[in-house]
Unconditional design. Structure first.
Length: 275
């Protein structure tokens, strides 16, 4: 499974008054994204306000996106739940709804008990049961939990675990992860546009970047420059992307991302309360 390229983690559009998922606006955004050479799309990640969607809504979003997405583009869908059983059930349902890959975030409610051994067991059981390949998802800013490196190295050997989206921003950690898993069929995806160039320089396969919702063409251009070895041009472009990326991630978060989307002709709309 080739994960090389840029994946926008789609924002979920809600209607202004009732905060219901607006599938018409979602399809409109997908139509605009169709002209950008993304490798695929991510739904139901952190930027998709995944924790605020009901199980029925999560599956409906996957069905909507799959119907509009060309078959040559991958659809990654977030299916991580707090329990192993619930994660397996949702992952199977995501596959039936049309997802190509399951993106499974670390369970974190009982983070003090989430040892490396517990997480290896959790992910192994999910991967064993999943009918589609799986990508690990480490986002410590939201979960308060870093997926331990030794756990990553162990899980990288599983034939149905094909990669990790690492949003922590620790380039040293990412470089070691790429180095230690180089003999496995395992790919590392940068979780932010702010360190995309540095990740590519270390051997990352691609990026799942919130900023791609707004500046998708620029991020695909950065991806292209890195792959062609045009490092000076890539560095200049990376420098220009750092401030807007910070704005739609750490500074203003999803509300800022949705506002920026509207400035660039997409539908952003409100967040779902209490965000």
């Amino acid at each position: 499974l080739d994960l090389r390229g840029i994946f926008p983690p789609l924002a979920t559009p809600f209607s202004p008054m009732q905060e219901e998922v607006d599938y018409v606006q979602l399809e409109g955004n997908l139509h605009r994204y169709a002209s950008i050479p993304f490798r695929g799309l991510v739904v139901l990640g952190s930027n998709g306000e995944y924790p605020y969607l009901a199980p029925r809504e999560r599956l409906d979003v996957v069905r909507c996106v799959r119907q509009a997405l060309p078959r040559d583009r991958l659809l990654l869908a977030g299916s991580g739940c707090e329990s192993t059983q619930a994660t397996i059930e949702l992952t199977v349902s995501m596959a039936e709804a049309g997802a190509d890959v399951a993106l499974v975030v670390t369970p974190c409610y009982y983070r003090g008990a989430m040892t490396g051994a517990a997480l290896v067991q959790h992910y192994t059981e999910v991967a064993d049961a999943s009918p589609i390949p799986m990508v690990l998802y480490s986002v410590p800013v939201n979960t308060g939990l870093d997926l331990p490196m030794e756990a990553v190295f162990t899980l990288a050997q599983h034939p149905n675990i094909v990669g990790i989206k690492d949003s922590g921003g620790d380039i040293t950690r990412m470089g070691l992860m790429i180095h230690k898993t180089r003999k496995e069929d395992f790919q590392v995806l940068a979780g932010s546009a702010g360190f995309l160039l540095a990740s590519y320089a270390l051997g990352a396969s691609g990026g799942v970047c919130a900023l791609a919702n707004v500046l998708g063409s620029s991020l695909c251009q950065l991806d292209h420059l890195c792959r062609e070895g045009h490092w000076q041009e890539a560095r200049d472009l990376q420098h220009r992307l750092i401030e807007p990326n910070t704005a739609v991630t750490r500074r203003f978060g999803i509300p800022g991302l949705k506002k920026a989307m509207e400035w660039f002709g997409y539908y952003g709309g409100p967040c779902r309360a209490p965000l």
